[in-house]
Design a protein around this ligand. Structure first.
Ligand SMILES: Nc1ncnc2c1ncn2[C@@H]1O[C@H](COP(=O)(O)OP(=O)(O)OP(=O)(O)O)[C@@H](O)[C@H]1O
Ligand SMILES: [Mg+2]
Length: 179
């Protein structure tokens, strides 16, 4: 289901509207939004609501919200000019009673001052992987490669049809389990 963020909230997130997109065992939402930090709060709330709806463990619910926030913040800060548009995708599939697969991606518009392609991001990842983070003193430069990459099962980068960089993470979870 592809929607614009504006259709999902007025003063607050429209939870009944979100429920309409949830089937018994899956949801696949594609939300386009203006590249403005003020939108991040709504995207966090949407991720939190979906996780609660499918009984994701509270510890992982918090982590999924953190992951969503980081991917969106990076797209807003680096990939897309203010008032450009990003695409946030959230896919959750309940495979069995106990197993949930989550796939989250954010595609930027490649017009930001610090926009990068997938090759650039893979190079950055290699640089970070070879770095000793105990010697990393900046409070920046931790979100994606230090925190998020350690939480998820996979972190990938794709170039989307000359339109933008897509940052994709996946995580497989057990319902009610915090591991
Ligand atoms: N969507 C994106 N487009 C372009 N560059 C990106 C994107 N996401 C991340 N980057 C690059 O990857 C680097 C590392 O990202 P990371 O999120 O780890 O750190 P940060 O955003 O600089 O700081 P913070 O710790 O506050 O998240 C960024 O500094 C930026 O150069
Ligand atoms: Mg970041």
């Amino acid at each position: 289901m592809k929607v614009d963020l504006h259709t999902l909230w007025d003063i607050e997130i429209d939870e009944s509207r979100l429920c309409e997109y949830c089937t018994d065992d899956s949801i696949h939402l594609e939300i386009s939004y203006n590249s403005d930090f003020r939108n991040a709060v709504f995207l966090r709330k949407i991720a939190d609501f979906i996780c609660k709806h499918y009984w994701v463990h509270p510890k992982w619910r918090t982590r999924i919200v953190l992951i969503v926030d980081e991917l969106n913040n990076n797209a807003i800060e680096y990939g897309t000019l203010k008032w450009g548009s990003n695409l946030f995708e959230f896919q959750l599939v309940k495979n069995t009673c106990w197993n949930i697969d989550i796939r989250i991606s954010v595609t930027d518009a490649w017009n930001g001052l610090h926009a990068k392609n997938a090759g650039n991001m893979k190079e950055l990842r290699d640089q970070h992987n070879s770095k000793d983070f105990s010697k990393h003193h900046s409070i920046r430069g931790r979100g994606l490669f230090l925190i998020i990459s350690r939480l998820v099962d996979s972190l990938e980068f794709e170039d989307v049809d000359k339109k933008g960089l897509k940052v994709i993470v996946t995580k497989s979870l057990q319902v009610h389990s915090d591991s």
